[in-house]
Design a protein around this ligand. Structure first.
Ligand SMILES: NC(=O)c1ccc[n+]([C@@H]2O[C@H](COP(=O)([O-])OP(=O)(O)OC[C@H]3O[C@@H](n4cnc5c(N)ncnc54)[C@H](OP(=O)(O)O)[C@@H]3O)[C@@H](O)[C@H]2O)c1
Length: 269
């Protein structure tokens, strides 16, 4: 009788944990999961959190091409590189399954796209030649994906100590700041929509003690900034990541839940 119960228990445990389950290297340290960690602000965030002793689950869509991220993982065993195209429901489901039960203190939705990098002159998101396919892609990656990734990992975040979900917003999503800009219809719309989605999610997840925040990195010298044509003063990715690290550390459930820039200033709606 006892043996039968024991066997049933073992079978249940084996079924509950997938054979290929992933684990973080140091369960005593906090853990962050980042999207778009292969370049730009995402890579700088991976380096910043790694230098602060965190476990870093650094996701990107092409791990094999992510040389700098792979080098970071090689030098720091607490950094794990995982494949995640944020627009792929299949890859997301697989990753979430492998990390089932692993607490994630900070889920940082960083990946996004400005538009079509091959579209010189950015015609596909200007009035007169607005492109349906590009609209769908930008909204999928910049708006829907952060929400679906949050859904997929919400139990991991709820099981952690810090319980924080971040959406990377932008001043370009602000009606007040960007009232006279019209070069990037889809990107601007996507960040405004992300803000509203995260605002709604904040209401739902606050009940579970989860802090949902919208943070912007400031103007940062990355491929995206170069693509935008901006040539003014900008932060280095490391400066931005350092500022974001401090902002995330200071988040509380009592915050107002408004979009905040890396310098701590609220981005007006
Ligand atoms: N730079 C700025 O001045 C600035 C200002 C305000 C807000 N932001 C925001 O800050 C975040 C980071 O921007 P950044 O300047 O670092 O941009 P970036 O240099 O263009 O990097 C974008 C990152 O997103 C990833 N990505 C795009 N589509 C993806 C997909 N389908 N699946 C997975 N990853 C995908 C890219 O991966 P691949 O290499 O595979 O393409 C790359 O890692 C974004 O949310 C952006 O909107 C940036």
């Amino acid at each position: 009788m006892f043996m039968r119960h024991l066997l049933a228990l073992v079978a249940t445990l084996l079924l509950a944990v997938p054979a290929h389950a992933a684990a973080v290297r140091d369960p005593a340290s906090p853990t962050i999961l980042l999207t778009g960690a292969n370049r730009g602000v995402g890579l700088a965030l991976a380096k910043e959190y790694a230098s602060q002793g965190w476990n870093v689950i650094a996701t990107c869509r092409n791990p094999r091409d992510a040389a700098e991220l792979q080098a970071l993982a090689k030098s720091n065993p607490k950094v794990i590189v995982e494949r995640l195209d944020v627009a792929s429901s299949k890859q997301l489901a697989d990753l979430a399954k492998r990390y089932r039960g692993v607490p994630i203190d900070v889920l940082f939705n960083n990946a996004a796209l400005l538009g079509d990098r091959n579209d010189k002159g950015n015609k596909r998101q200007r009035f007169g030649s607005l492109d349906e396919e590009l609209f769908a892609e930008v909204m999928r990656v910049n708006v829907l994906a952060p929400l679906k990734i949050s859904e997929a990992f919400v139990d991991n975040v709820a099981a952690s100590q810090q319980k924080k979900i971040i959406g990377m917003t932008s001043g370009l999503g602000s009606l007040t700041l960007m009232g006279r800009m019209s070069n990037f219809y889809f990107y601007q719309m996507s960040k405004a929509a992300l803000n509203m989605g995260f605002r709604a999610m904040r209401n739902d997840l606050g009940k579970r003690g989860i802090i949902v925040a919208m943070l912007a990195p400031g103007m940062v010298e990355t491929d995206m900034l170069a693509e935008s044509g901006f040539t003014g003063k900008a932060l280095t990715p490391a400066e931005s990541a350092g500022g974001l690290y401090k902002l995330v550390a200071g988040l509380t459930l009592e915050d107002k839940g408004l979009p905040v820039n890396v310098d701590g200033k609220v981005i007006p709606w």
